[in-house]
Write a protein of this length. Sequence first.
Length: 505
Amino acid sequence: MSNPPTQCYLGTAYTAYNSTTACLAECLQPKQFFSSDDAISQCFNLAAYGNAFNTGGPCNESAASPLVHLFDTCMQDYCQHEDQELGGCNYTGISTSICRDDDIWHTLCNKVSASVNADIGGIGVVISYIMQILMALVAWIILSLKGSWFTSIYRKWSRAGDTRHEKRSTKCHSDQAAVLKSMLVEFQEAQCFFMLATQIAVLISFGNQAKFYGPKDEAQLDMDNYLGQIIGTGGLLPISLVLFTLNNIGMISWYILVLSGITLATSSATVIISTKNEDNGYTPSSLAGFYDTASIDSCGGYPPPIVFCDEVWYKSTISQYFDQKVLSWTYIFPLVVFSVILSQLLLTLPRLSRFVKGMLPQLSRLEGSKLVTYLNVLWIVAISILYLFAIYSYLANLYYLNKFGAIDTSNWTLGQIVAVTIWAPVLLKYIYSACFGIEAHSRVRFAKPYELTKSNHSNPQIDTERGALPEREIGSNGNNPHEETTQHGYSKIGGAQLIETEAEV
C-alpha cells in the first residue's frame, strides 16, 4: 500500500507531492519558500519533524540546515539593502530555535515595529479623537450636575461673594448653562459630520487595504484593523453620549436624531467589519501592499519574511492590553440609547401619542408616578456607568496603541493639524457666547428681520430646542403647548424669543 501524498502549502495553495523529499526540494526554492508565512513554517516543520503539520516527536535540526541557510541569507541581504524601514536588522540567526516554529518568529519579530496609517491614526487625528471624547464627557458632567446637590452647594458659596462679584467688571454671560446647551447642539452636528467622513473612509479602505493603508507588513495591517475598531467606537461613544445628554436636557430634534442615527449605524458597521477582518485573516488584495516593500533576490524576489511578523509580535504583547471584547460590545448599548430616545420622540407626535394611549390606557395613569420617576433615574444612572466604563476602555486602547509605537507622534503633517483644529469653530462660538451672551452671538447668525432676545421663562421643561416637535414653527400659531406666540409676531421657545422686527432685509 503506497503512502498518501505529502501536502505542502507553497505559493497560495496546498500542493500534493509524492514524497516528503519532493516537497522539501520545492521548499529549497526561494520563490516557494518565502511565498507566505505558512510556507516558511511548514517547510521548517517538514524538514525538522518529517511532517508539515505535526511538530511532535524528535527534532532533526541538521536536516533543516539548508532552509536555515536560505533564511539567514535572505535576512542578511535585506539588512544590507538601502530600504530597511521594516526594521529587524538586529537579526542574529535562527539556527538555535529551529526546533520550535514559535521561536523562529519570536527571534525574527522581536524588534519589529509597526505604525498605523497616519491618515486615520496620526498624532493629530488621535489628539482630535481624545479632544472629542473629552469635550462630550465634560459637557455631560456639567449638565448632569446642574440641579443636583453640587449646584446647591455652589450657590451657597457664590452668595457669600455676591458683593465682590457685583463690583467686578465682567462681560461674561450669567447663564452659562444655556450657552453650553446651545453649543452642545452645534458640537453634536460637527462631530457627526467629522465621524461620518472618518467612518466612510475606513469602510472604503476595508475593500482594498493595500491601496488605502499602504501597509508594509502584517503587523501594520493588524494595527490598522485595531485602529478601525477604535475609530468605530469613537464614533459611537461621544455621539451617543451627547445625544443622551441632549435628550435629558430637552434639546433634541429630528434633525439631530436622524444625523446621529446615521453616524451610529456607520460606526457600528466599522466596528463589526474591522473585527471580522482581523478574525478571518486577510485577502490577497489586502496583502498586495507588502510587495511594494523592498524585494530581495535571495528572498525569491519577495520582501524579507519580516513582512509576516504578526502573531508573535502583537498577540504576545498588544493583545494582553487591547480589549477587543470590550470594543466589540460598545456598539450595542449606544444603539439601545438611540432606540429609547427615538421611541420617546415618536411618542411626542400627537397621532401616535393618542393611538398608544388608546391602546394602552394604563400608560396615562403611570405618567408622573413615582415608579416612572425611579425607573428614569435608574436608567440614567445605569447608562452613565456604562458610558464611563466604555470611555475608559476607549482611551486605554488608544494609550496602548501609542505605547507600542503604533502611533507616530513626530509626524505632524498638514492633515494632522487640520484634524486638531476641526473643533476650533465650536470652541470659539462657545467662548464668544459665554462672554457676550447668546443674544450677541445670534446677531451674527440670524438675518434681519429676525433677532433673538431672552424671555423670563424659567421652566426647565420647556427648555427644548426649536423644531423638536413636528408642529412647532417659529412665528406660527400651532398647537404646540411649549410655544407662546405674541401679538407682535414672535415666538417664545425655551426661554428665548425669536422676534420678527419691522426692519427691512
